[in-house]
Design a protein around this ligand. Structure first.
Ligand code: ATP
Length: 702
């Protein structure tokens, strides 16, 4: 299908406003492609045009394109139900509920329903065009409606938007409201496009809404308008000059924008700085900041201590207990008025300060004890602990705690905070320091601390063992971790580079490879290796999968959903890809709660493929609205003729699937974009091929 290009003649830009129609057409264009290059081109062109014609609309555009209203740690949510949206569509279109239901059955998408319904309405008096800023502000107003009558107030705002909008605007307004944009523009594409748009804005003189660039290559006409670059830039023939230079500039800008975003994920601050001082000063203007969570470093799975030694070569490392709790990024700062501000963020960057008032008290107490700290960011694991006996409790015990607004007097499960990294101290970022230095400062400035009685939270250092102590000591430490209710070990490289030894490198070792012992926000780094106790006898790691559909259960499971269809998150396409059916590991209580979360014919469970997933050959009876992430363990990974997950990564004709998948637990600390990916599954498959003789093709139970 042809892309739906925006027609500037029909919806002109003014000096004070940017038309929402432009953004809606961008979304419509994005929805028609899965090609990463087309997605980037479309986004780059859109952001460049907005930047050039109405820069104040850039920030709301980024939020609207990413279907969010604020950074996740601010957590502004629309909180609008399907019935409010449906009543508003009814009101604006004049269609009966039965007619709308009929439309829904044929289209299967609320946005398409609104589009169809509105197209039947004849507008006599033309409305003022919707603007990008107006739409964003209206969404904020919806999120702010509180108390009695909130549903009515929300409905009125939606009606006003639907009356003013037409065509694609209506479709995307409703898709935005139902949090289901159905476009493959993920965070990385948006950041890449933003960087490219800024480069174009800085290097190309003039732009009209019709101007377009393709990938790295601008059109000839645009190239002729590229400003001359500094004389030290490498130039080739006259034809290539602009292209090559543009490509270099793009790459530089993309790296910079992503680097800044992962350590300070706030579009508001980034755009303000960009519009003010451009790309050059971005790092200084938007630094790592106390109170704003950074994307954490993640570990890579391994299957044995042997593999760890093979991968790290001679690099000195520290093996730490991998505690089974909740990751917590603790930010604290002494304000000028002497108050101590404390924030605790989840691995998913959500603010969970109100879940841990005992940890906040602990942090305040730490400031009282030490005059040498004024501000810090710590990375840690909060673990339920019986302080009377010192026994570590399971993650399950910790998850019994309410998620919000816990008061100290209600706390039944006491916790310890096991600190394992220091990211910021006394106004200085520690991210670029090697782990050995960060750990030294962590131990020096944050000694173990246990104020108050047995119920108060405590600060502890993680238990660790150094590679210098030798293989036997590490082996013993691993066994101790397994006995102590830990998940296993986290093995971390201490220095920038492996220390050179005089021994020749064993074949296949990465002795010479540079391993980043710096703190790498948002990366699953090869300098952090995890070894879990269950790895040894099943597939390497567990998978985090998204429930996306189900079949009606039979026999004992009649009335429940079983089996459940699970999917991987594909960050390349921004879509979920079905991978396997799962029917074991569930309790009856879980089945029951599942039917409550996904009741048939509801806004979370529908007979139509309403959510954008690559199903391959799977045809479930119903489709779930993707939202949850489940930890799943399987016997092995198999090639599959039914699944299209990871197709093209290990075989051109077959995808991969998981044999005998078993439900382990709900990962309510993960969002769907943090679920396992096709490339992760492919890497598990490759590892399995290297480690065992299992190569069977699974044509069976799919
Ligand atoms: P998993 O599914 O194994 O929990 P994950 O995908 O949540 O993994 P990983 O990077 O794979 O994240 O594993 C690291 C997690 O282990 C951290 O997010 C943290 O919550 C936990 N953890 C426990 N102890 C440590 C430690 N000593 N160092 C780092 N992380 C630790």
């Amino acid at each position: 299908t042809d892309p739906v290009f925006y027609d500037p003649a029909s919806q002109p830009w003014t000096s004070t406003e940017a038309p929402y129609a432009f953004l809606a057409h961008t979304l419509a264009t994005l929805s028609q492609t899965r090609s990463r290059i087309s997605i980037l081109n479309t986004l780059t062109n859109a952001l460049w045009t907005i930047l050039h014609h109405h820069a104040p609309s850039l920030l709301p555009s980024l939020y609207l394109l990413s279907n969010s209203l604020s950074p996740s740690y601010v957590g502004i949510e629309l909180g609008i139900g399907a019935s409010v949206i449906s009543k508003a569509i009814q009101q604006v279109s004049g269609l009966s509920p039965a007619a709308l239901k009929q439309l829904y059955t044929t289209t299967g998408d609320a946005g398409d329903v609104a589009f169809e319904a509105k197209s039947k309405v004849r507008t006599l008096i033309p409305h003022l065009p919707l603007t990008i800023q107006d739409v964003y502000k209206s969404l904020l107003k919806i999120a702010a409606c509180r108390g009695q009558g909130a549903a009515k107030d929300k409905q009125k705002i939606v009606e006003r938007l639907l009356v003013a909008g037409s065509g694609e605007e209506v479709r995307y307004l409703v898709r935005t409201l139902t949090l289901n944009l159905r476009v493959g523009a993920v965070r990385t594409s948006i950041l890449t496009a933003l960087a490219r748009a800024l480069v174009l804005h800085g290097s190309v003189s003039g732009s009209a809404p019709g101007d377009r660039v393709d990938s790295y290559y601008a059109t000839k006409e645009l190239l002729s308008r590229i400003k001359p670059l500094p004389s030290n830039s490498k130039k080739k023939g006259p034809e290539d000059t602009g292209r090559e230079d543009l490509k270099g500039l793009f790459l530089q800008a993309e790296g910079l924008v992503k680097q800044v975003f992962v350590q300070h994920p706030c579009y508001d601050d980034i755009i303000e700085a960009l519009l003010d001082t451009g790309l050059d000063r971005l790092l200084d203007r938007v630094p790592l900041t106390v109170g704003i969570p950074l994307h954490p470093t993640l570990g890579s799975p391994t299957r044995s201590l042997d593999e760890i030694y093979e991968r790290l070569g001679d690099a000195p490392f520290s093996a730490e207990f991998k505690y089974d709790g909740q990751r917590a990024q603790i930010h604290a700062q002494k304000e000028t008025d002497g108050n101590i501000s404390v924030k605790i963020f989840s691995r998913h960057l959500e603010d969970m300060t109100s879940k841990y008032p005992d940890v906040t008290l602990l942090v305040r107490d730490m400031f009282k004890q030490s005059s040498s700290i004024t501000s810090f960011i710590l990375d840690s694991e909060i673990v339920a602990v019986d302080h009377a006996t010192g026994e570590l409790k399971s993650f399950q015990e910790l998850s019994n705690r309410a998620r919000k607004d816990v008061s100290i007097s209600d706390i039944k499960i006491s916790v310890s905070v096991f600190v394992f990294d220091l990211l910021y101290l006394n106004n200085e970022s520690y991210l670029a320091k090697p782990f050995r230095q960060r750990r030294q400062a962590l131990r020096r400035y944050f000694p173990p601390h246990s104020p108050g009685d047995v119920t108060a939270a405590r600060l502890c250092h993680v238990q660790s063992c150094e590679s210098e102590q030798g293989l036997a000591a590490i082996q013993e430490f691993w066994e101790k971790a397994v006995e102590s209710r830990c998940e296993g070990l986290m093995v971390k490289v201490l220095d920038y580079e492996p220390v050179e030894s005089n021994e020749p490198a064993k074949a296949g070792t990465s002795k010479k490879k540079q391993l980043p012992a710096t703190y790498e926000p948002d990366k699953r780094t090869s300098a952090w290796l995890k070894l879990k106790k269950d790895y040894v006898d099943s597939i390497g790691d567990s998978l985090d999968l998204i429930p996306i559909g189900a079949w009606y259960g039979n026999g004992r499971k009649a009335g429940w959903w079983s089996p459940i269809l699970l999917g991987l998150w594909n960050p390349e396409t921004g879509r979920i890809v079905a991978v396997c059916k799962c029917m074991s590991g569930f309790t009856d209580v879980f089945y029951k709660s599942l039917s409550e979360r996904y009741p048939a014919n509801s806004n979370t469970c529908s007979a139509q493929t309403e959510w954008d997933c690559d199903l391959g050959g799977f045809r479930p009876d119903v489709y779930f609205k993707p939202g949850e992430v489940w930890e799943i363990r399987g016997a092995d990974i198999t090639e599959s003729p039914v699944s299209v997950a990871a197709r093209g990564l290990v075989s051109d004709t077959r995808g991969l699937s998981v044999r005998f998948p078993r439900f382990i637990k709900l990962r309510d600390d993960k969002g769907i974009e943090e679920a396992s990916t096709p490339s992760f599954l492919a890497s598990m498959w490759r590892k399995q091929q290297g480690n065992s003789t299992l190569t069977g093709v699974d044509d069976g139970d799919l």
